[in-house]
Write a protein that binds this ligand. Structure first.
Ligand SMILES: C[S@@+](CC[C@H](N)C(=O)[O-])C[C@H]1O[C@@H](n2cnc3c(N)ncnc32)[C@H](O)[C@@H]1O
Length: 214
């Protein structure tokens, strides 16, 4: 099970907390603060384990400045990055232009799917360093629904609690949580993105959980 107590510290629980969190992210992007950009090594691993193909459709959940979204577009994937922070979407739109990439504002804590994202139509859902800000169970159900049955792949990038340096506070995930995330998929793969496994990648292919349209 996902540790609800831990998530409650990062997942807004009511309208006031949502407003605060949103303000936090917009300010961060307005101040042009940096997050960890995907390295060439990370992108090579994505190619190897997720195997994006020309013309496939991908969505990037909580895309921030859109660097990973744009990298997927350069691999030939039609990629849409979504973030609830309008400041992030403004930067992403102004930075990356390609016929294969687009960006839009969407709040993944809401019950609705992003416009045009219908069940069973997405080849790759990416959630890079963002899962801890979402309702994990709800998001996993949504992603399973959006992905193509049998072949659709959810790609998660997570910080692992047990491998962080002592005293380091990050929005990390325990091994028990990671094990739970891997349940209910036809195929799962895991790899270390950083040496020592403080940052890992997961490719979860073939969602077994198919729920009705929302
Ligand atoms: C740590 S950043 C990661 C950004 C990007 N994925 C990357 O790897 O650089 C987390 C992102 O999640 C976004 N986010 C948090 N809660 C969200 C929500 N409910 N809906 C959409 N985006 C959200 C934030 O605005 C922020 O851009």
């Amino acid at each position: 099970m996902i540790n609800k107590n831990r998530l409650q510290r990062s997942v807004p629980q009511n309208a006031a907390e949502i407003e605060l969190a949103l303000r936090y992210w917009n300010r961060l992007y307005e101040r042009r603060q940096q997050s960890v950009p995907p390295s060439r090594h990370e992108l090579d691993q994505f190619r190897r384990y997720v195997g994006p193909r020309l013309g496939q459709r991908a969505i990037d959940v909580g895309c921030g400045r859109g660097r990973f979204t744009a990298s997927m577009a350069r691999m030939g994937v039609d990629a849409t990055g979504y973030d609830w922070a309008t400041a992030a979407i403004k930067i992403a739109t102004g930075t990356h232009s390609s016929r294969r990439v687009r960006f839009a504002v969407h709040d993944f804590l809401s019950e609705t799917s992003p416009e045009g994202v219908k069940p069973g139509t997405v080849d790759i859902v990416v959630c890079r360093l963002t899962l801890g800000y979402l309702d994990g169970k709800h998001f996993m159900e949504q992603a399973s629904r959006w992905l193509r049955p049998a072949t659709g792949t959810l790609h998660l990038v997570l910080e692992t609690s047990e491998r962080q340096p002592p005293g380091w506070t990050s929005l990390s995930h325990s091994e028990a949580e990671i094990e739970t995330l891997c349940e209910g998929w036809d195929e799962t793969q895991r790899w270390d993105i950083s040496v020592g496994g403080a940052l890992i990648g997961l490719a979860l292919r073939g969602p077994q959980l198919l729920l009705g349209e929302k």
